[in-house]
Design a protein around this ligand. Structure first.
Ligand SMILES: Nc1ncnc2c1ncn2[C@@H]1O[C@H](COP(=O)(O)OP(=O)(O)OP(=O)(O)O)[C@@H](O)[C@H]1O
Ligand SMILES: [Mg+2]
Length: 144
């Protein structure tokens, strides 16, 4: 079965005044429905790897295949379409758009994809749950 994510001989060196080598020969396969936690000490390169897998950054060498597609070989236009259809990221900061409701934030990718908002009730339910979670987090941090 084709892995959902396959990382093949990945290397990453940040370039600048001095090169910063971070990832060395990373190989990884993640199958359908598999849940994976990436753990390691601060500075080990977790964010670097996640950014490369999620196409926010590019590798120095090596490949990332998502459902068999070599994502770093796609043109910008193809990559935009691919991201829209196949990738979702939940960032450490919520990165919600302040001027939209929680529901509209949840529905935004679908709207961009010009897909009909299938199961609006499902989306409303997700929006409600997200809104409650955000309120709970805010209450928690206010009380901390
Ligand atoms: N844009 C950059 N330019 C140069 N070096 C960078 C850049 N981004 C990260 N680094 C360096 O790469 C290394 C790995 O950083 P990264 O943020 O991937 O680690 P991390 O495992 O996510 O750490 P943390 O647990 O603190 O979030 C660190 O030494 C960091 O200083
Ligand atoms: Mg990090």
């Amino acid at each position: 079965m084709t892995p959902v994510v396959k990382v093949d001989s990945l290397n990453k060196t940040y370039t600048g005044k001095l090169p910063v080598p971070v990832l060395h020969d990373i190989n990884l396969e993640i199958g359908p429905s598999e849940m994976v936690a990436l753990v390691g000490p601060s500075g080990a390169g977790k964010t670097t790897l996640l950014n490369i897998i999620s196409t926010l950054d590019t590798p120095t060498e090596g490949k990332v295949l998502i459902r068999g597609t070599d994502v770093h070989q796609l043109s910008q236009r193809e990559l935009n379409r691919f991201r829209r259809g196949h990738l979702g990221c939940i960032f450490q900061d919520d990165l919600l758009l302040d001027h939209l409701t929680a529901l509209d934030n949840v529905m935004l990718p679908g709207r961009i994809a010009r897909r009909r908002a299938k199961g609006r009730e499902g989306c409303q339910e997700k929006g409600r749950i997200q809104q409650e979670s955000i309120c709970r987090c805010r209450r928690h941090s206010e009380n901390a």
